[in-house]
Design a protein around this ligand. Structure first.
Ligand SMILES: *[C@@H]1O[C@H](CO)[C@@H](O)[C@H](O)[C@H]1NC(C)=O
Ligand SMILES: *[C@@H]1O[C@H](CO)[C@@H](O)[C@H](O)[C@H]1NC(C)=O
Ligand SMILES: *[C@@H]1O[C@H](CO)[C@@H](O)[C@H](O)[C@H]1NC(C)=O
Length: 519
């Protein structure tokens, strides 16, 4: 891999600096000079985002010996980054981002836009065990999008030897209003999820609409389109009610969803050598309380023996269904999606980890009684793959961790969220089980917009990082028609969540494409 630098403007700051916005750029200067880490010269006032983006600022950087390995830097080199030098795990060296054949001497003169500067201050990456992650400005890695492995049916090499360039078929068998608002608005505008959709319409009417949609929402043409971009993996969310009737109090329709999924999976495998992750997305009782499990607010899966037993029944049926497929060696079964014992992130406790482990062990046993080799995915519950090492190291050769990385919460900026993704991908690579990023998207918290290359860079950087350091991942989502405004330019959600749209816009690379990654 050849790395080179476009611009490298790096400022070391203390973690205590407050959030700063573009409009506060003159106070940024003042704050910066008080850090004694960097001094900025001639920073003109910008009054708009566009103006700020157009202004390059020359940095005269003084490198404090105590925060840098000065032996790797030329005097006044543009390289500094640290957030809080006393916390070594937050310290990143620019050298981490250098290919072995490059030295710090290769870094050209520093030039950094004022907009970038504002992001350096008080910046925190969306989630993870660290805060105030600072970025390396525009360290660009030229990367050739690989010819992804497309194992012929029944020859999956195992997750340790596989890199997934995947998409999710979310919102197909577990409806999500944000993914296809028109389906709700046309039929049951007050409904907020699949359960209330069918409750509102009644099962007969709901069933008829859903049966039609199973056949038309995802078609073989979609799969062909995915394949033409080198997509080699599909993750297909499905609810417990595909395998058994709805539990009393739930209003789900049980019909042709399983057959529709199998038909598409068979086609993707036979025609395009894809791998299919059957993702048990909605468990009996509800494991995360979110709409994506089918019923918003329901959270009775935890510590509930009835729900536990029904979940194992679901796992048995889903496993038997996979094993009955002509190419059963081209599947992974995923035991649960985004388990959250409370309606807030990072809410896990020791008890909930123990409960998930109990479920994982029991479900894995059910799968293994049927197949010694069917890969089984367990969710990390947003607490990092390594958290599960104490329980799952050397337990099963075909176990894989499914973790999700989203940056639309947590304070990231569109043009540097990629650095957070890179950091996390690297930090996950030493987990004892292989890891894939089962869901990712390109909406940041701040400055989402369509007018520059931030979406392209964020997409491609994540693709590269997850493939290089982990076992790849699956973009969320194959289709997305969300019209909620999320951009500071008024742009809609779908421009950050629809693989289909991103592909049509040239943001999704094709195999063999040379691309730039910020990782
Ligand atoms: C800012 O720097 C970049 C990289 O060197 C350069 O391409 C761009 O033209 C500069 N912009 C301005 C307004 O000087
Ligand atoms: C336990 O789960 C079952 C099945 O989902 C559900 O019917 C029941 O209400 C749950 N019990 C409690 C106490 O939440
Ligand atoms: C992770 O693994 C890589 C490659 O084996 C190794 O170079 C690195 O030191 C490890 N990092 C940690 C934090 O263990």
């Amino acid at each position: 891999m050849k790395a080179t630098f476009f611009t490298a403007g790096l400022v070391g700051l203390t973690a205590a600096l407050p959030q700063a916005s573009i409009q506060e750029s003159s106070s940024i200067v003042a704050q910066t000079s008080t850090t004694s880490i960097a001094s900025l010269q001639d920073v003109p006032q910008a009054t708009s985002l566009a103006q700020a983006a157009a202004v390059n600022v020359t940095l005269a950087v003084e490198v404090p010996a105590e925060v840098l390995d000065t032996t790797s830097l030329k005097s006044n080199s543009p390289a500094i980054l640290t957030t809080n030098p006393t916390e070594s795990e937050e310290y990143l060296s620019l050298a981490d981002f250098l290919a072995p054949d490059l030295s710090m001497d290769d870094i050209p003169a520093v030039s950094v836009s004022k907009r970038d500067l504002s992001a350096l201050f008080g910046h925190s990456v969306s989630r993870g065990p660290f805060v105030n992650f600072l970025k390396v400005q525009k360290v660009i890695v030229f990367w050739t999008c690989p010819e992804w492995i497309h194992p012929v049916p029944n020859t999956f090499p195992g997750w340790r030897n596989y890199k997934s360039n995947g998409v999710n078929l979310g919102g197909w068998h577990v409806l999500e209003k944000n993914i296809q608002p028109s389906f709700f608005n046309d039929n049951a505008p007050s409904a907020i999820d699949e359960d209330s959709f069918c409750e509102t319409l009644g099962l007969a009417k709901c069933g008829a609409l859903l049966e039609e949609r199973y056949k038309t929402y995802i078609t073989e043409k979609d799969i062909d389109n995915f394949a033409s971009y080198g997509i080699n993996t599909l993750r297909i969310p499905i609810g417990y009610w595909a395998y058994m009737p709805a539990i009393a109090g739930d209003h789900y329709y049980t019909g042709g969803q399983k057959l529709a999924m199998q038909k598409i999976a068979r086609y993707a495998i036979a025609k395009h050598n894809m791998h299919v992750v059957v993702d048990l997305h909605g468990l009996p009782g509800g494991q995360n309380g979110l709409d994506n499990q089918g019923k918003t607010g329901q959270l009775t899966w935890w510590n509930n023996q009835t729900a536990f037993d029904l979940s194992l029944e679901m796992v048995r049926k889903a496993t038997d269904d996979i094993l009955a497929q002509p190419h059963s060696g081209s599947y992974t079964i995923s035991l649960i999606n985004e388990p959250l014992p409370a309606l807030y992130f990072f809410g896990q406790t020791k008890d909930s980890i123990a409960y998930l482990n109990k479920y994982y062990a029991a479900a894995l046993k059910e799968v293994r009684q049927r197949s010694k080799t069917l890969p089984v995915a367990i969710a990390d519950g947003f607490i990092g793959p390594q958290t599960w090492d104490p329980y799952w190291t050397n337990v099963d050769d075909h176990l894989v961790i499914d973790t999700h990385l989203y940056f639309f919460v947590g304070g990231s900026y569109s043009y540097d969220a990629a650095y957070g993704a890179c950091y996390l991908a690297k930090s996950y690579q030493n987990a004892s089980n292989p890891t894939f990023i089962g869901e990712w998207s390109i909406q940041a918290t701040n400055f989402n917009h369509l007018g520059d290359n931030t979406r392209r860079d964020f997409y491609r950087s994540q693709l590269q990082a997850y493939s290089q350091y982990l076992q790849g991942g699956m973009f969320w989502n194959g289709k997305h028609d969300g019209d909620t405004v999320v951009g500071d330019d008024g742009s809609a959600q779908k421009y950050y969540w629809s693989w289909e749209i991103l592909a049509s816009e040239g943001i999704v690379p094709r195999p063999g494409d040379k691309l730039e990654s910020l990782c």
